[in-house]
Design a protein around this ligand. Structure first.
Ligand code: AMP
Length: 420
């Protein structure tokens, strides 16, 4: 007999990953902390679709950004439209504001969101094709005080989730008034090194020389260090903005470093840019990054309102958040016989209505087996229901830690497991 053909296992797609229940607990904890912190600063959640018209990102993220040039998950749907799985969140929010005219409503233009993003990049530790970001954006606030407030909020978030040792990097990338002069100086200087740059950077000299600073190739980084710095070319408005931004950071007593080559990977940034990095993350060291984008809305054909925001990588953050013991709290209800099974269902309903977590397994098993499973699952309490208990309407309550067991009424059972 020929051996049966081996079944091929379907695995998760390269660059994607499952978040299993034990890890999901940590995600939930961090998300809850983040949501409540953002609300504290006046932000409200906004949820937009996972896919959008490809044009949105071409226009919003920028034609010359790595994301648009190389990393988008773009497909044509059955109606012949070009769609893209969102690679970042800011353009989606900008679209939603314009579409729903949110800027004309009385609510503050402060938004947050946590969810998956998609980029076709080379997967490695800390870099995935489906990853998750926390995204925070404020619109229509020109004042540098808001730039500092958002950085301060990010610092508070890391503090609340007990991440230590992150470094705050800040810079200014100027605006449309000061960038042309800078671009010229940068291009002329980079041109002198054309042959030493990688092919990608050679292209960037012609398309968008600022992107040279995003290159990870060691030789290019070395040359980049000697190139002109945007910070030396700021117009008066950008310089004043940057100085005031820094003075507010000082007011918050936040320590930071000015990093003149921090230009961020996206085309739309103006003035302030910032990043939080950690040496504990390895090569992909950025926990979060953001900046101001004062022209994006206008360029979209929307209202002339400025914006500032940041995106934080959840996978990278979670790597730095210490694990916390989260012992199970549920009551394991064991039953023997059909009448007891029904009683168990009613007891579970009673406890759940009172907000007590409980767990029944419906497969018929012996008592020892059920208690063994309760132990294995880490349940602190076991309830045993047999024929006698059904008749008496009282139940055996077992403390799974001490092994102590006593007979209790339904009400006593509730008090005991609640006081735990
Ligand atoms: P960006 O939207 O590129 O400014 O990225 C903001 C943050 O998202 C980064 O600081 C990372 O923490 C995270 N991030 C970006 N790309 C990826 C990726 N491919 N995989 C995992 N995290 C990412």
């Amino acid at each position: 007999m020929s051996p049966s053909p081996k079944k091929r296992q379907i695995a998760a797609i390269k660059g994607t990953h499952d978040i299993l229940p034990r890890q999901a607990r940590k995600w939930q904890r961090v998300e809850e902390i983040a949501n409540s912190l953002f609300e504290l600063y006046g932000y409200r959640e906004i949820r937009t679709p996972i896919f959008e018209a490809t044009e949105l990102f071409q226009k919003g993220t920028g034609e010359t950004s790595d994301i648009v040039m190389k990393e988008m998950y773009t497909f044509v749907d059955k109606g012949g439209r070009s769609l893209t799985l969102r690679p970042e969140y800011t353009p989606s929010i900008a679209r939603a504001i314009i579409e729903h005219q949110l800027h004309l409503q009385p609510d503050p233009l402060r938004f947050y969101f946590i969810g998956p993003m998609f980029r076709y990049d080379k997967p490695q530790k800390g870099r995935y094709r489906q990853f998750h970001q926390m995204d925070v954006e404020v619109f229509n606030e020109k004042d540098p005080a808001v730039d500092a407030e958002i950085v301060e909020m990010a610092a508070r978030l890391l503090e609340r989730v007990k991440v230590k040792g992150a470094e705050v990097l800040v810079n200014s990338v100027g605006c449309r008034a000061c960038r042309p002069d800078y671009h010229l100086a940068l291009r002329q200087n980079a041109e002198k090194h054309r042959k030493e740059f990688c092919a990608d950077c050679q292209r960037k000299i012609d398309t968008n020389p600022l992107r040279i600073f995003d290159c990870k190739v060691a030789a290019c980084r070395e040359i980049a260090l000697g190139l002109p710095k945007i910070i030396d070319y700021l117009c008066e408005e950008c310089q004043v903005h940057f100085d005031q931004f820094r003075s507010y950071l000082d007011l918050y007593e936040l320590s930071y470093k000015v990093e003149p080559f921090l230009v961020r990977g996206l085309d739309y940034y103006t003035k302030t840019t910032f990043e939080f990095v950690s040496t504990e993350l390895g090569a992909q060291d950025a926990i979060l990054g953001g900046g101001r984008y004062d022209d994006m809305m206008k360029d979209f054909g929307g209202p002339d309102i400025c914006g500032i925001g940041f995106a934080l990588g959840m996978e990278r953050l979670l790597q730095l958040v210490p694990d916390e013991d989260s012992p199970e709290k549920f009551v394991y209800i064991a039953w023997m016989g059909d009448a007891a099974k029904k009683e168990a269902v009613l007891i579970a309903r009673f406890l759940r209505l009172q907000g007590v977590e409980c767990f029944i397994e419906y497969k018929s098993r012996g008592l020892g087996n059920q208690m063994g499973r309760a132990n294995k699952f880490g349940a602190p309490w076991g309830v045993i229901i047999g024929e006698d208990e059904v008749k008496k309407q009282s139940y055996q309550l077992k403390n799974m830690v001490t092994g102590e067991q006593k007979e209790v009424t339904r009400e006593k059972l509730l008090t005991a497991v609640r006081n735990d």
